[in-house]
Design a protein around this ligand. Structure first.
Ligand SMILES: [Fe+2]
Ligand SMILES: [Fe+2]
Length: 282
């Protein structure tokens, strides 16, 4: 079983230091095999914000954790127009990771990160042909029994964002991206951006989505909430590529506590959710 902590939208510059420390303590206690951070490391891509984010990552790495990161739209300078268009991710590469296509593989999972943050699209993100080819190439070489996980900041799939039926914008070249995910046999698509937790079988959301389960993380540490949802992150136990548990670890104002806990099993060509009543899994 692979144990993965999926954090997102940590937004240094608009973060709560108490919650930041609490994530570190939680990770220290639970010892994940991999810590994924799916973008928006900073609030405004400023150097001091990147320095804080870098120090956070360095503390996690010094504690022995493997990490995998992708940039978010907030990691591209918004107001510094020159930098925005000439070197949009220079600071991200310097302070967070020079690799914009990070890869993690162990006996159980193969994880690929893809950058969807662009200079021209402020919010909605984009995926290009080269990245789609990369998704194919990297996952093609992975043993069939491993769970293939794709990480982006922007969700590849439109998802509900409001209280009603309001849907988000999906990533640019949405249809092509979904086809690439489908053809590469991606089992889990992890993303953030909306500061809202969500999990749903991709094929329930769009046609031809393959067998991907779409999992969104809330904001782990920022003070910018959507729908009054406080900070949270996802705790994944990947048993096999057709069987995983997802538990939302949610901030209650004082500490991180175990929230919604669901087992997902891929049966009869679909992901079926079975809520777990206990909170015993660690
Ligand atoms: Fe964000
Ligand atoms: Fe974002």
């Amino acid at each position: 079983m692979a144990r993965i902590a999926h954090l997102s939208d940590i937004h240094f510059g608009a973060h709560d230091p108490k919650v930041v420390s609490a994530t570190e303590a939680w990770l220290e206690e639970h010892q994940p095999d991999l810590v994924i951070i799916s973008g928006d490391f900073t609030q405004r891509a400023k150097v001091d914000q990147f320095r804080e984010a870098s120090a956070y990552l360095n503390r996690l790495r010094a504690a022995g954790f493997r990490t995998l990161a992708v940039p978010g739209n907030h990691d591209v300078p918004l107001y510094d127009v020159t930098r925005r268009f000439t070197a949009p991710l220079r600071r991200y590469k310097r302070y967070i990771d020079s690799d914009l296509c990070p890869w993690f593989e162990n006996e159980e999972v193969a994880v690929l990160g893809i950058n969807t943050a662009r200079s021209l699209t402020i919010k909605d993100g984009r995926i290009n042909r080269e990245q789609m080819d990369l998704i194919h190439r990297r996952f093609e070489a992975v043993a069939a029994n491993k769970t293939r996980i794709l990480v982006t900041h922007h969700p590849l799939f439109a998802m509900p964002i409001g209280e009603g039926s309001e849907l988000s914008e999906a990533v640019g070249r949405h249809d092509d991206a979904i086809r690439a995910v489908c053809e590469a046999g991606v089992h889990i698509a992890l993303a953030g951006h909306f500061h809202r937790t969500y999990a749903e079988a991709a094929r329930k959301m769009v046609e031809n989505a393959g067998s991907a389960l779409v999992i969104q993380a809330g904001t782990a540490t920022s003070t910018r909430f959507r729908n009054n949802e406080l900070q949270s992150f996802n705790w994944l136990h990947v048993n096999r590529n057709n069987d995983l548990e997802l538990q939302v670890i949610a901030w209650d104002g004082q500490r991180f506590t175990r929230g919604n806990h669901v087992r997902y099993m891929f049966e009869q060509d679909n992901w079926n959710a079975r809520p777990l009543m206990d909170a015993a899994s660690t």
